[in-house]
Design a protein around this ligand. Structure first.
Ligand SMILES: [Zn+2]
Length: 93
């Protein structure tokens, strides 16, 4: 549930997806998305060493929607791959 009033940075996190403040218990801190092949490796090294806080907050609702969207995309990808394999198998017969 979004925080109403003035948020406290110690207790609340700003969700970068829905742009609302939430209680820290209502979300997770995630590492930044890897935009380049090596950036994911560098950010993981930074987090392990504790040098820089690159992670960002995302609320449970947005996390659930993101996982559902990824599941749908992977499902569609699997259906397309299965269709191509079945069609190539039918052509071979
Ligand atoms: Zn959110």
């Amino acid at each position: 549930m979004p925080v109403e009033g003035i948020p406290d940075r110690e207790k609340h996190g700003f969700c970068l997806v829905c742009h609302q403040w939430h209680d820290r218990s209502e979300g997770q801190m995630l590492p930044p998305p890897a935009s380049r092949p090596l950036s994911g490796m560098f950010s993981a090294a930074k987090q392990i060493s504790g040098l820089e806080e690159d992670s960002y907050f995302i609320c449970d609702g947005c996390l659930r929607r993101r996982r559902l969207r990824q599941a749908i995309l992977w499902g569609l990808f699997a259906i397309v791959v299965a269709t191509v394999l079945i069609l190539s198998w039918l052509k071979a017969i």
